[in-house]
Ligand binder design. Sequence first.
Ligand SMILES: [Ca+2]
Ligand SMILES: [Ca+2]
Ligand SMILES: [Ca+2]
Length: 172
Amino acid sequence: MRIAIVCISLALVFSGCTKSPYKSPAPPFYIWNFVITGFIITEVLSGNRYTLPDEYGDFDDYIEIYNPQDTAVDLAGFGLTDLLGVVKYTFPNPTVIAPDTCLLVWCDDEAEEGIFHSTFRISSGGEWLGLLDTGGAFVDSISVPALPTDSAFVRDTITRTWRIDAPSPGKF
Ligand SMILES: [Ca+2]
Ligand SMILES: [Ca+2]
Ligand SMILES: [Ca+2]
């Protein structure tokens, strides 16, 4: 399995889902300000059993964010959430993602484990997730469907559409 070491060492951060696909109110839109923000959510894993452990050996949920630009981006002050109207995780200052590189955020509700561990988990039954800018506006949001164990919701590298596929943490 090809796991970009550079991405893993960089730090991984990300998210969680909740049982009902719409436990939290899901925006009736699909936001993707790719050009404006320069980065997007590219993968979500909600049922991690064997895919990849965090630095504590926990096989936790994660969200992958990718920077497709030729220049680095800083997510300091941006946020992640699984509940509309509430910012559950805020990226530390700085959170620089190098060009063509991914960042993983563990969604394990174990913030004590490090700066890239969020305060929420992702339900394997499906859940809505949002990425917010420093002003609280949506940069990206997705309704993650129910996922089999060790199957991820991934964005296609060409079409940018979503599908359920094999996990590729740290690589887009
Ligand atoms: Ca959740
Ligand atoms: Ca953990
Ligand atoms: Ca990936």
